[in-house]
Write a protein that binds this ligand. Structure first.
Ligand SMILES: Cc1cc2nc3c(=O)[nH]c(=O)nc-3n(C[C@H](O)[C@H](O)[C@H](O)COP(=O)(O)O)c2cc1C
Length: 190
């Protein structure tokens, strides 16, 4: 299913094709694709080139995957536990060059996630980010130290059948994704 959205201006195909599904197929993601996806994250920009993003990649059936699912709110467990891969998006809290707190680590992480999401889209995959989970629970279950902060989870995989979802989620899956107009977020005229 390709979600057709009303674009007001021209954008590239990757941006046109990206959306966040909840129905994932159980087809595994090829390792080469994951390598390309994280290569995209690797080349994202960051303040001081600190590259504070850290990712834990969990595969359906492994122990880490189960721990991430356990930390999710029930709504997210219902659909995200079908995805072949869950990525725990984390960041290093401190700069390595001076051990100070890195105030832009979350910003840089978000940008790296956006980068890998578009690479995944280009490879025919779909990505659905979520913050509906208990980050401190995930941090504890995975045994991370206090240098790492857990921020969000990404479900990734090939698109599944809408009919595989509970009925209320099927409706959400088919619904249009509303967007503000550019005038609503541009603070001045172009
Ligand atoms: C940081 C972040 C947190 C999100 N948390 C959740 C979540 O917990 N559960 C969920 O179903 N979707 C979640 N989403 C998905 C958004 O609802 C979705 O991206 C938004 O509705 C726009 O739709 P689109 O991605 O299909 O364009 C999250 C997205 C982001 C970026």
């Amino acid at each position: 299913m390709v979600k057709k959205t009303k674009f007001e201006f021209t954008v590239n195909e990757l941006i046109q094709n990206r959306w966040s599904p909840r129905a994932f197929s159980d087809k595994k993601i090829e390792k080469e694709k994951l390598q390309s996806i994280f290569e995209a994250a690797r080349w994202s920009a960051s303040a001081f080139n600190a590259q504070p993003w850290r990712f834990l990649v969990a595969y359906k059936g492994d122990e880490n995957y189960q721990k991430i699912v356990e930390s999710m709110v029930e709504f997210n467990q219902l659909w995200a536990s079908k995805a072949p891969v869950l990525i725990l998006n984390c960041y290093a809290k401190h700069f390595s060059h001076n051990a100070q707190i890195n105030p832009t680590a979350q910003y840089d992480l978000g940008q790296a996630v956006a980068y890998y999401s578009l690479e995944a889209t280009d490879l025919g995959l779909f990505v659905h980010q979520m913050t509906g989970f208990d980050a401190s629970k995930a941090h504890k279950l995975l045994g991370f130290d206090d240098k790492i902060s857990v921020f969000s989870v990404t479900a990734m995989g090939y698109l599944g059948r809408v009919e595989s979802l509970p009925e209320d989620m099927q409706k959400m899956e088919k619904a249009e994704s509303p967007r503000m107009s550019q005038q609503a977020f541009l603070l001045n005229d172009l």
